[in-house]
Ligand binder design. Structure first.
Ligand code: SF4
Length: 515
């Protein structure tokens, strides 16, 4: 993955390939020694990670591997069968992995994302084959409905129901879009899935296309994700070459074409109608709904949009059944959720946990707690549109409804952890600066309101604020949420509203201490 490559994974890979040949490792051990590259497995902070898998010793992980470590690993571990204890992944690596539940990310960090055979070995395309051969489209939608899968892009709308709306729309020409315009600061779930297991997203889209009756699909992915685009394009090309996309796929009598549309990185293009405008070649600006995309979407045709993680869930639901999927998670949020955990935790990275695990367990059990023995202060959940969760509600389960009740939201899955040294007013200002810059400017409450809120916040943080400013922020935030056209404006005040709710004293301290 991108994290591994930036830590030197390519050099490590090249060194393994070179030294296996130069040292004659195959002849020395009497077996073939393959180098397999994979996408990110989550613990990006410990890259470069290398697993040595041998019949005798099983799978052993090394972390922080550099090219100069490779010769010793080959000689000691593979030839002499004596793993190098001091290079083995730190003890917490196993805890980090064991505490998770991998469903969507089963392939990430395990299979070579550039080889279709690796995906096929993991039952790749078995789910779409099952759909086409054993189920009619309505049965597929029913199965997804029964699973309880909800959209992982942030809205949490029931996926099966969304598919049924588009399926019921009249018209033969329907579009399917995968939203990979992940734009929250600190979020990298979708990028990692596309880099680590692009075929699982393609298969999820094929199943949705069959169920809804779509003949054309787009993956809208931001251009800042070059590796994800490269891997996905390679996967699409291979699918066309091997007959998994195009006309009469595998002789199943089902047609589906897919292509990538690169976005220029505007946060607002994650909003469905702005995203479609961008694909159409227009400026990415939201439009009022109704009409909803399921009725009148891309170029006026019925369109269904889901995000990367949502599509990546689908093949598992079909393969293992809706009952199995519905048995994971909570009453209102089924399955697992991937979080990108960043900030002041000991082990940052990508984690997949069953919905319903508490925020406390994600931070302390999976990610090892707060770094540098400091005290936890808050976690920003749901990106710039989310809210801050303080220590007193740390036992909130990670499900859609509980997070909203706590004043945050699931969003796409960003968790930014803050310790006792963080100023919550600065945090609010950081997120509001982001959303104000990303506002498309189409409607007044968002365009003017966010700027006015930011002016007040800046006054406060510069020691020029007044007590009445806090209530003005609350009033304006409530109005902007109600009156804005799209999700960006409707959620942008959340970081201010939640920090005032839980950390009002910090705003007051800025005002009274004039700092
Ligand atoms: Fe544009 Fe903001 Fe209005 Fe959305 S709420 S349409 S981002 S101005």
């Amino acid at each position: 993955g991108t994290g591994g490559i930036s830590a030197g994974a390519k050099q490590v890979e090249n060194q393994f390939t070179k030294l296996i040949a130069e040292l004659g490792i195959n002849a020395q051990v009497g077996k073939r020694c393959d180098v397999i590259k994979t996408g990110c497995r989550g613990l990006c902070a410990n890259d470069v990670l290398v697993d040595i898998i041998t019949p005798e010793l099983g799978r052993i992980t090394y972390d922080f591997v550099q090219p100069e470590d490779v010769e010793n690993i080959l000689k000691e571990h593979i030839v002499a069968q004596a793993p190098i204890e001091k290079k083995k992944a730190k003890a917490y690596y196993n805890t980090f992995v064991d505490q998770q539940m991998r469903v969507v990310m089963t392939g990430c960090g395990q299979i070579d994302p550039e080889k279709i055979d690796a995906f096929l070995e993991e039952d790749g395309f078995k789910a779409i084959e099952k759909c086409v051969k054993e189920m009619n489209p309505a049965q597929v939608i029913d199965e997804v409905k029964k699973s309880g899968l909800r959209g992982r892009g942030g809205g949490g709308f029931p996926t099966g129901m969304k598919w049924s709306f588009c399926a019921a729309s009249p018209g033969h020409h329907k579009y399917l879009i995968c939203n990979a315009d992940e734009g929250d600061p600190g979020a990298f779930m979708d990028r990692s899935i596309l880099e680590g297991d692009p075929y699982c997203v393609i298969e999820g889209m094929m199943i949705a296309a069959y169920a809804i009756g779509c003949t054309h699909g787009y993956v809208y992915v931001r251009a800042e994700y070059p590796l994800a685009i490269e891997r996905l394009q390679r996967a699409l090309d291979t699918c066309y070459e091997k007959g998994y996309l195009g006309k009469n796929i595998r002789g199943w009598g089902f047609d589906f074409d897919m292509r990538i549309k690169k976005g220029a990185g505007a946060f607002v293009c994650g909003e469905e109608t702005a995203l479609m405008a961008s694909i159409e070649g227009e400026r990415g600006m939201p439009r009022p709904r109704p009409p909803f995309p399921a009725v009148k979407g891309l170029w006026g045709h019925p369109t269904n949009i889901n995000n990367v993680e949502t599509f990546a869930n689908v093949r598992h639901i079909i393969n293992k059944g809706s009952e199995w999927y519905a048995s994971l998670g909570t009453e209102t949020t089924k399955g697992t959720k991937i979080f990108a955990v960043t900030g002041k935790v000991k082990h940052t990275g990508l984690v997949e946990v069953p919905a319903g695990m508490t925020v406390r367990d994600v931070i302390y059990q999976v990610c090892g707690g707060i770094a540098n023995n400091r005290k936890f202060k808050a976690v920003q959940a749901g990106g710039p549109s989310g809210g801050c969760i303080p220590a007193e509600v740390l036992d909130t389960p990670v499900d859609y409804d509980s997070l909203i009740k706590a004043g945050a939201m699931m969003g796409s899955g960003g968790l930014v952890v803050m310790d006792e040294t963080t100023c919550m007013v600065d945090v609010a200002r950081f997120f509001l600066t982001f959303t104000r810059m990303e506002s498309c400017g189409k409607c007044v409450p968002c365009r003017v309101g966010l700027k006015a809120m930011l002016d007040i916040l800046e006054r406060i943080t510069e020691g020029r604020g007044e007590m009445k400013d806090i209530d003005t922020l609350l009033d304006m935030g409530a109005t902007i949420k109600k009156a804005s056209l799209c999700g960006l404006g409707q959620t942008a005040p959340n970081p201010i509203l939640s920090t005032v709710k839980y950390f009002r004293h910090e705003y007051e301290a800025h005002i009274t201490d004039k700092r």
